[in-house]
Design a protein around this ligand. Structure first.
Ligand code: SF4
Ligand code: SF4
Length: 512
């Protein structure tokens, strides 16, 4: 435990790890139909590359990254594209999103897989490979890893690269199992990251309630210079800023990223997918998911992305009696699902079939008594009750003054609040309102710019028309030019030939 620091706040939670971590990871049964969301990462949604009726191979790119912060999406099995349309996805909003639905042909035919020697690749080509392989953070945030593997604009030299194996949510064990079973592959992925980032030191943080994982990772790191550190089991030690603080003593300032203080952090499962992408030529088409709570055999399953949650629950012997709610993620930071037919995505680390015991008992919300318990446990050093007041009063500017966006939604404050105030729900509401207002502002600004551009175009066209007319018109007499005298006009008329009758009739003029 030498060289460890501590962070403010946090909680000791009741652990449920042993219910799902005793058994080795199982492969999922191949579902007949997979619904693959095109948005499984933070950033721009991937652009679809297929349409209904197309045949696809396992590992074929079906959605290409769109922009810098984006990631590719791949077919998890071979088969035929049934549809590209909006379907229910696991999201707190319950709103549908764009998906590619694939009917499996049962053959599991792969694309050609081409491993590469990463030491021979230019860093930008290597990052591009990872982007096109759909590598994103598998700890739950799903941020595109290629972006985090580029230091430009943040710091010149990385001090510390951290591999996050803390896994502090009380029910989740997918990282525990992957470290026990695939430690060598995780370290192989870590070598690729080290090659790109060239950190001065590499630290691997694992909560001390995972002795087998600590032993496996320590053995795999032998001779590499990477240090495995057991950190105290205290929620939320797996949150990035808290783990950075624990391992390095560095505080990441409000509104900054760890990389701004010279530290970059990746989840252990992300390192594993980096290895598969580079040294096996396999894109991210599956992930390990903990199925826990009120199911008959809680365990970890390596699920294809796009597989329905209901199939995973069936592989765990089905639900037990008393399921009150289905939660994606843990009970502290997860969110309730509207259905178990939604698909597994890269962010799905856990499906918890929660019973009454796992949920906070329904009690009437009481007024805030200003006890300060929420301040004591807030790991982000915020003033949760102030945030609550301002969010409730819709004083969003003031909530931002109290660093609303530094709240990591860990739920520690709600957990200890004696008045049972659902504090995190207020923070999420305030954040959503601020984002919605920002979007409205951006839309209004866009509309104003379009209107202004149209007015300028109309004015320009008007001036061009007038300029053309001026060019066509005969030169006008000068206003001061001398008028012909009456005598001159009479002489001109006499000299002109008299019109013939035919000419006069043809013009319709009357003759006397
Ligand atoms: S814990 Fe609850 S009651 Fe106590 S100060 Fe915070 S919000 Fe108020
Ligand atoms: S949810 Fe936000 S305000 Fe509450 S304890 Fe966690 S970081 Fe602090």
């Amino acid at each position: 435990m030498s060289g460890l620091f501590s962070f403010h706040g946090g909680l000791k939670t009741v652990r449920h790890k042993t219910e799902s971590n005793r058994e080795a990871i199982r492969a999922s049964v191949l579902p007949q139909r997979l619904t693959v969301p095109l948005r499984q990462h933070i950033g721009a949604i991937a652009k679809p590359l297929v349409q209904a009726g197309d045949r696809v191979l396992k590992g074929q790119m079906i959605g290409q990254p769109d922009g810098y912060i984006s990631a590719a999406v791949h077919a998890p099995t071979s088969g035929v594209v049934k549809a590209v349309d909006q379907r229910p996805v696991p999201h707190p909003s319950g709103l549908p999103d764009w998906c590619v639905t694939i009917d499996s042909d049962g053959e599991e035919r792969w694309i050609a897989r081409e491993p590469v020697d990463y030491r021979r690749l230019h860093p930008s080509a290597l990052r591009n490979l990872l982007r096109n392989a759909g590598v994103v953070g598998l700890g739950g945030a799903a941020f595109p890893s290629a972006v985090k593997l580029n230091l430009s604009g943040h710091c010149e030299r990385l001090e510390t690269l951290i591999l996050n194996g803390a896994e502090c949510e009380p029910w989740i064990t997918c990282d525990d199992r992957i470290m026990r079973e695939r430690a060598a592959e995780i370290v192989a992925g870590l070598h690729v990251m080290v090659h790109l980032l060239e950190p001065r030191e590499v630290l691997i943080g694992i909560e001390d309630d995972k002795p087998e994982a600590i032993a496996a990772m320590t053995a795999a790191c032998a001779g590499t210079g990477y240090a495995v550190r057991a950190v105290p089991t205290r929620y939320p030690s797996g949150s990035v800023k808290q783990l950075v603080r624990l391992l390095t003593g560095k505080e990441t300032p409000v509104d900054s990223l760890p990389v701004d203080v010279g530290v970059q952090c990746f989840n252990v499962a992300t390192a594993y997918t980096v290895h598969r992408a580079v040294e096996c030529g396999e894109p991210v088409i599956s992930r390990i998911v903990t199925i826990a709570g009120h199911v008959n055999q809680p365990r970890n399953i390596e699920s294809l992305l796009g597989a329905p949650f209901a199939g995973l629950v069936a592989q765990c012997g089905g639900y037990r009696d008393g399921v009150e709610r289905l939660i994606m993620g843990g009970p502290m930071m997860g969110f309730a699902l509207h259905s178990d037919e939604v698909p597994v995505t890269k962010a799905t680390n856990c499906v918890l079939a929660a019973g009454a015991a796992e949920l906070a008992p329904e009690q009437p919300v009481m007024p805030c008594i200003r006890c300060g318990a929420c301040v004591e446990v807030c790991p982000a050093d915020l003033l949760p009750q102030q945030l609550y007041w301002h969010a409730r009063a819709k004083e969003f500017d003031k909530a931002q003054d109290y660093h609303l966006f530094s709240c990591i939604e860990c739920g520690c404050c709600s957990y200890v609040c004696p008045s049972r105030i659902p504090l995190v729900q207020y923070y999420r509401y305030a954040k959503n309102e601020i984002w919605a207002q920002e979007k409205e502002k951006q839309k209004a600004e866009l509309a104003r710019q379009r209107h202004q551009a149209r007015q300028e175009r109309l004015e320009r066209e008007k001036q061009e028309r007038e300029a053309k007319l001026r060019q066509k018109a005969p030169p006008r007499a000068e206003p001061n030019a001398e008028k012909p005298s009456i005598e001159t006009a009479v002489a001109r008329a006499k000299a002109a030939p008299a019109p013939s009758l035919a000419t006069a009739a043809g013009t319709g003029q009357q003759t006397d």
